[in-house]
Design a protein around this ligand. Sequence first.
Ligand code: SAM
Length: 239
Amino acid sequence: MTVEEFILAVKNAGITLTKHQIQQFEDYFDMLIATNEHVNLTAITEKNDVYLKHFYDSLTVSFYEQELQTGEKTLIDIGTGAGFPSLPLKIVFPQLKITMVDSLQKRINFLQEVVSALDLAGVEVIHGRAEDIGQNSNYRESFDYATARAVARTGVLAEYTLPFVKKGGKFIVMKGAAAQQELVDGKKALATLGGVLHDEFEFTLPNGDARYIQIVNKNKKTPKQYPRQAGTPSKKPIG
Ligand code: SAM
C-alpha cells in the first residue's frame, strides 16, 4: 500500500487525513526504519508493508469501534512494541488519551522519541510487564479501552488487558485467522476476568489477509488475584 493508497483507504473509511497527520506518519516511518537499524523493532521494513500492516491495520480498530474517533476516551495498549496499534490511532484521533506499555526498555525509549518528535500530548509510555502494572491501583480498572496486537493468545491476553478496563469499558481483540478458535479457548478466562463478547467483525486487509476485531465488554470487576505473577498467565492460562 503506497502512501497515496493509504490516504485513500482511510478516506474510504470516512477519515480525511490532514497534511500534518500525513507528515506525522512519514516522520514515524522514517524514525522506525532508522532506529530499527540498531534496535529490534519490527521485521516489516518495506515502506508499502509498513503503511499496510502497521499503520492501516492499526487504524482498523477505529473503523469498528467508532467511539474512538470522537470521544475523549482512554486507551491502554499492552505490548505495544513500536507503537501498534495505539500510535497510529493517536495521530489520527488526537483527542484520544493513550497509554503504551511494553516490557522492553529499548522499545520504550524509541516510543518516547517518537512522541516527542511528533509533538503528541496525552500520551503515557510505561516500561513494565502487564502483570505487574495491572496490580497498580493508579492504572487498574481505570481505562475505557484496552487493546493489544500480536502479544498472546486471547485467553492469556485477557489477563493482561481486562484488569485495566473500567466496568462498562471494552477490551478490543485484534486477531488474524485463528480469532474464533482463540475466543473459544479463552472463554473461561474472559468470564473469570469480567468480560463478555459483545460483537465480532470479520474483514480483510486490502491485500486479502483475514482480520477479526472482537469487542469484549467488561461487565464485572476483575477479581483481585488477577493478573497473577509475571509469567504465570502464559505458563498456566485460566481454563
Ligand atoms: N503490538 C506490537 C505490534 O503489533 O507490532 C508489538 C508486537 S510484539 C510481537 C510483542 C510485544 O509485546 C513485544 O514488544 C514485547 O516486549 C511485549 N510484551 C510481551 N509480553 C508482555 C507483557 N507481559 N507485558 C508487557 N509487554 C509484553
